[in-house]
Design a protein. Structure first.
Length: 260
């Protein structure tokens, strides 16, 4: 991805001290963008900054970010603009999962998932819009999930938060379109990362059977899509939800095709 596709752009990525967020920051940096690592793990964000920028920190910065706090969000975005000059791309990557049946789930756990996944994306989008409007352009990318379309037992809060993300994406896309700002979301399936390793090991065959392509996603798959959505190559796309899930449950019993 060293093609300078995003040269001159500044990308603010939430939850980017590790996992997919870190890989996205790395790939956008390699594509020429300056990147801001924003994470609730402040030490991890600083380490990620050094890992991505190496000996050249002119195009990478980091800060603490609690996406549930409007003040924290506003401060982090301002630090990004003050340090790197602008904010042209927002990737609302931060997200959490909490399991539990509706009957017994603690209401605080429900609120936490909603606050991080949905309200966090709202607050971060709200914070960057004035800067993007002033610049006359910008890209906001939200993260949905296959769970917004294939309900998962015991994941009511997570699934509902991702359904909300998709509606927020569409409404926001219409609101900011007159200012040259595009808003899209991608809905991933199971992606192979250190954070999903245990799940893949314990439920490997079960998960593979649900996917038409019969393989797990790789971070490179997600990064390639995000790079496309950030670039001018997707300039006619806004309000779109892009599924990147290996064909998860596109039909009932997709495993039959592999068992013939």
């Amino acid at each position: 991805m060293n093609d300078e596709t995003l040269s001159g752009r500044v990308a603010f990525i939430t939850g980017s001290a590790q996992g997919i967020g870190f890989e996205l920051a790395s790939k956008l940096y390699q594509a020429g963008a300056s990147v801001w690592i924003a994470d609730v793990n402040e030490e991890g964000a600083e380490q990620a900054k050094l890992s991505i920028g190496g000996g050249n920190l002119e195009r990478v910065g980091a800060s603490f970010l609690d996406v549930c706090s409007k003040e924290s969000v506003q401060n982090a975005v301002k630090s990004c603009v003050d340090t790197l000059g602008s904010v042209d791309i927002l990737v609302n990557n931060a997200g959490i999962v909490s399991r539990g049946k509706v009957e017994t789930m603690d209401v605080n756990a429900w609120h936490k998932v909603m606050d991080v996944n949905l309200t966090g994306s709202f607050l971060c989008s709200q914070a960057v819009i004035p800067y993007m409007k002033k610049a006359g352009q910008g890209v906001i990318i939200n993260v949905s999930s296959v769970s917004a379309h294939v309900p998962s037992f015991g994941l009511s809060a997570y699934c509902c938060s991702k359904v909300g993300i998709e509606m927020l994406t569409k409404i926001l896309a219409a609101e900011v379109a007159p200012f040259g700002i595009r808003v899209n979301a991608y809905a991933p399936g199971v992606v192979r990362t250190s954070m999903t390793q245990d799940i893949l090991e314990q439920r490997r065959e079960e998960k593979l059977r649900e996917m038409a392509l019969h393989r797990f996603g790789e971070v490179e798959d997600i990064a390639a899509l995000v790079l496309f959505l950030c670039s001018e190559k997707s300039s006619f796309m806004t309000g779109s939800i892009v599924h990147i899930d290996g064909g998860t449950m596109i039909v009932s019993r997709p495993w039959n095709a592999w068992e013939e």
